[in-house]
Every structure is written in structure tokens, then in C-alpha cells.
Design a protein around this ligand. Sequence first.
Ligand SMILES: NC(=O)C1=CN([C@@H]2O[C@H](COP(=O)(O)OP(=O)(O)OC[C@H]3O[C@@H](n4cnc5c(N)ncnc54)[C@H](O)[C@@H]3O)[C@@H](O)[C@H]2O)C=CC1
Ligand SMILES: CCCCCC(=O)/C=C/[C@H]1C=CC(=O)[C@@H]1CCCCCCC(=O)O
Length: 261
Amino acid sequence: MSVMGRVALVTGGAQGIGRAVVEALLRSGAKVSVVDINQSCGDVCKSELDAEFGGDNCAFIQCDVTDGHALRDAFQKTVELFGRLDIVINNAGINNEKNWEKTIDVNLTSLIKGTYLGLEHMSREHGKRGGTIVNVSSMAAFLHSPHQPVYTATKHGVIGFTRAMADASILGNYGVRINALCPAFVDTPLLQSVEDEDNMGKFIKFKEDFKRSMDKFGVLQPSLIAEGMMTLITDPSLNGAVMKITCSKGIHFHTYEPMST
Ligand SMILES: NC(=O)C1=CN([C@@H]2O[C@H](COP(=O)(O)OP(=O)(O)OC[C@H]3O[C@@H](n4cnc5c(N)ncnc54)[C@H](O)[C@@H]3O)[C@@H](O)[C@H]2O)C=CC1
Ligand SMILES: CCCCCC(=O)/C=C/[C@H]1C=CC(=O)[C@@H]1CCCCCCC(=O)O
């Protein structure tokens, strides 16, 4: 499937992995709605993207994804601006073990809301044309991290929810493919949060162990994550897939034992 002329919404799109995904989508001819809490970062992102891709191909919508009404409005504004919605990337995420309730709210609760809003605008059950959703998890869902227990829990939850929704989409004939993406360490500002007691709370004392993990497993570039994301968006055979991206194996997929009938 080509993304030429399609419309995408990317949460957390103003920096890091989300920004790399936004650029890959624009480069492939999509129009993109960048949804992010960070107004200044979003303004810079929009002006840089307009300079590179032209002023009519992307929009920045300032929005805290934990505000359900604001998130709903961001989806509605995207459809009003670009006339349709075909791709939703639920990417926004934080690492905060001190305010762990907020981590659950951003990484899991808001991702669930973003998935359901995406279905409202894309699913055949709502008389729409179909589409694709990618939910961003993490390799922390496979190699649990003692430094970030709640972050780890949210990323496990993203995989379970995504795989269940992919099956629901088949049973309900939604016409929407729903997949998960699990990067290992990626060179973004989020990774710096491991240095900050305000983010790590009592687990800050494990900081050196986390950094040893980074040294052991290596750190990826956002551009490789965007490459994997474009595969999940464009390959029509993928639904319920769990893509992993690591330094050791690159872009690959997790395989599950078939459920016993
Ligand atoms: N950086 C890494 O090592 C890895 C990151 N991930 C996941 O990738 C996703 C993106 O992370 P990064 O690009 O690394 O982080 P980042 O911190 O560089 O970018 C995240 C973006 O989300 C935005 N954001 C945060 N809270 C928000 C909210 N409540 N509402 C709207 N926007 C919000 C931020 O303003 C920022 O622009 C996250 O879900 C993260 O858990 C997964 C595996 C590894
Ligand atoms: C400081 C917050 C950054 C969180 C980013 C993230 O999701 C990190 C995940 C790592 C935390 C503990 C881990 O073990 C995760 C990375 C695991 C990498 C596994 C690579 C395996 C391989 O290369 O074969």
C-alpha cells in the first residue's frame, strides 16, 4: 500500500521517533498531523517540515493526549484539515517512575483512546474506508527492566491490547490493520530521562545498570525505527504483528506459539 495522498496522525510527533516517522511519511507523499504536548517543539517542527515539504502537507496540533476531549478534537481537526484519516501512529510516551500514574496515562490509557478514536474515523463499523494503526511498545516488553517497572508494564500492555484489537478487527471486519512496534534503545531525549531522579524516582540508583544495558545492547537511530514503521504501515499482510528493532538483529518480528485450538 502506498501512503501517497493518505493522511496520517502521529502522537508525540514533534521530536524523537515520532519526528522521524513524520518525516518518512511526508517523504512518501502523505499528509501528516503532528499531535504533541510541546508547543515550542511543535512550532519548530512545523516550520522545519514546511520548509522541506511545503506548507500544506503537515499540521501541528498542540494536545496533551491524556486529555480525552483534546485528543478527540485533534482527530476531528485532522479530518477537517485534510479531509480524511488513513493512518494513526500512537507513539507519545514518557518514562516517569516517580509519577507512575502519569506514565500509565500517557503510555497505555491514551494509546487505547487513540486506537479507539482511530477506529471511529477509519473502521468499516463506522461506515469508513479502513486504515492502519501502529502502537509503539518497546523491547522493555521482552527484556523487563528493573529500572522502569511501570514503564515496562505499560509496554507489555500495549502489545496485549494491540494483538487483541487486531483480532477484533478481523472478527468485526473493521478493515483496519493494527500492529505493534518494539524498539530497543533509541537515541532520543527520552533516553536522557534515565539520568533524572524526577523521572526515575527510587530507581535512579539503578542508573548505572541501565547504562550498562545500553552499552551492551547498543543504541539505535530514529531513522531505522521510521523505516520499520513504514513497513508496518504499507505491508497489507501485517495485522497483529509485533515488530522488534534491535542493534543485534535489526528489523524483525516476534513469533508466537500458535494458540492451541
Ligand atoms: N527512546 C527509546 O529508547 C525508546 C522509546 N520507545 C517509545 O517510543 C515512543 C517515542 O519515544 P521517544 O521518541 O524516544 O521519546 P521523546 O521524548 O524523544 O519524544 C516523545 C514525544 O512525545 C511527546 N509527548 C510526551 N507526553 C505527551 C503527552 N501527554 N501528549 C502529547 N505528546 C506527548 C513529547 O513532547 C515528545 O515530543 C515512546 O512511546 C517510547 O516509550 C520505545 C523503545 C525505546
Ligand atoms: C529511560 C527510558 C528509555 C526507555 C526506552 C526503552 O524502551 C528502553 C527499553 C530497555 C529497558 C530495559 C531493556 O532491556 C530495554 C532494551 C532492551 C534491548 C534488547 C536488545 C536485545 C538484542 O539486541 O538482542
